[in-house]
Design a protein around this ligand. Structure first.
Ligand SMILES: [Zn+2]
Length: 287
C-alpha cells in the first residue's frame, strides 16, 4: 500500500510540476507574441495591454452568441467614436537622447589655438580638449625642476639613478616631432602616442619624461613600468608633487594611451589626492 500511495503522490507532484512549467512557457510565449505585435517596445506593449483589459468587456459581449446582445454590439460598431483606441494612436513620448559619452582621445574641431592657457583650480591644464596658445613658452618650470631634483635624490638614496630625458618642449619642437611621427606611422597612430603642437603637456614646462640611467632601452617604453625605477617613481612621485599622468585604462579620460614614463608636476596636495583616489588629473579637476 505504502509504495502505491507514494507513487500516486509522486505522479501528482510530477503532474503539477509539469503543469507549472507548461503554464510558464505558455505565458512567456504569449508575452513574446504580444511584444512582437508591438515592435518589441515594452512601453507600447504595456499601454496596449492596459487598453486590452479596459476593452475586454466589450469584446466578450461581441463574442457571446446571444441574440439579445447583438443590437447593442452593432450599435457599438456603428459608433464612429472609438475613444478606447485613441491612446494607442497618440505619438509615443520619446525621452531626450542621452549625450554621447565624451571621448578625450578625439581632437576638437577647431581652426585656431586659444590665446590663453586653461587654468582650473590653480592647476594649468593641457590636453586634447584644452590646448595651449602657440605663443605660450614658459620654459622648464622652476618648481617642477626643484621637486624633481628632490625626488631624484630620494631615488638615488634607494640605489636608483633617475634621468629626466625630456622636459620642456616648445611649440616648434613639438610640431617637428609630431610631423615626423605622422610621416612614419600615419596620423591615426601618431595621435595615440604623440600630441599635436599646442596640445602637448611638455609645452607647460611641468611634464617630465623619466627613465633610469643605464636602462635606456626602457626610456619612453611601456616596459619602464616593469623596471625597479619605473615602479619606484609610480609609487613615490606623489610625495614630491608628481602624478603618473596617463595611467593604464584611462585613455578615454586623459586622451592618451598609458605612458609609464610621463610624469606631471601638480603640487603635493593634488598629487597625493590623485594618487590615493587612483584617478586622473581630469577627474580630480572635475572636467
Ligand atoms: Zn612625455
Amino acid at each position: 500500500m505504502k509504495p502505491q500511495k507514494k507513487k500516486i503522490e509522486f505522479d501528482r507532484k510530477f503532474y503539477i510540476k509539469w503543469m507549472v512549467i507548461a503554464m510558464t512557457a505558455i505565458w512567456a510565449a504569449l508575452a513574446a507574441v504580444w511584444l512582437s505585435m508591438h515592435n518589441w517596445d515594452t512601453e507600447e506593449s504595456m499601454k496596449a495591454l492596459a487598453q486590452a483589459f479596459t476593452e475586454q468587456p466589450a469584446e466578450t459581449e461581441q463574442q457571446v452568441p446571444d441574440e439579445q446582445e447583438e443590437p447593442a454590439v452593432s450599435e457599438e460598431q456603428q459608433t464612429p467614436e472609438e475613444p478606447a483606441e485613441q491612446p494607442a494612436a497618440e505619438p509615443k513620448e520619446e525621452a531626450p537622447a542621452a549625450p554621447a559619452p565624451k571621448d578625450a582621445t578625439v581632437y576638437p574641431d577647431i581652426d585656431q589655438l586659444p590665446t590663453e592657457p586653461t587654468i582650473v583650480g590653480g592647476i594649468l591644464l593641457a590636453n586634447k580638449q584644452h590646448p595651449l596658445p602657440e605663443t605660450y613658452a614658459p620654459g622648464e618650470d622652476a618648481d617642477t625642476r626643484a621637486a624633481y631634483d628632490t625626488m631624484a635624490q630620494a631615488a638615488a638614496d634607494d640605489g636608483l639613478q633617475l634621468v629626466a630625458f625630456s622636459t620642456y618642449r616648445g611649440f616648434a619642437r613639438q610640431k617637428e616631432l609630431y610631423e615626423g611621427y605622422v610621416a612614419k606611422d600615419g596620423q591615426q597612430a601618431a595621435d595615440r602616442y604623440s600630441a599635436r603642437p599646442g596640445f602637448s603637456e611638455h609645452q607647460t614646462g611641468m611634464a617630465f619624461d623619466i627613465g633610469e640611467a643605464g636602462q635606456e632601452q626602457h626610456w619612453a617604453s611601456a616596459s619602464f613600468g616593469e623596471t625597479a625605477g619605473g615602479k619606484w617613481v609610480k609609487e613615490n612621485a606623489h610625495n614630491y608633487g608628481f602624478i603618473l599622468r596617463y595611467p593604464e585604462g584611462k585613455e578615454q579620460i586623459t586622451g592618451y594611451m598609458h605612458e609609464s614614463w610621463h610624469f606631471r608636476y601638480v603640487g603635493k596636495e593634488a598629487a597625493t589626492a590623485i594618487y590615493k583616489q587612483n584617478i586622473t588629473l581630469e577627474e580630480y579637476l572635475g572636467i
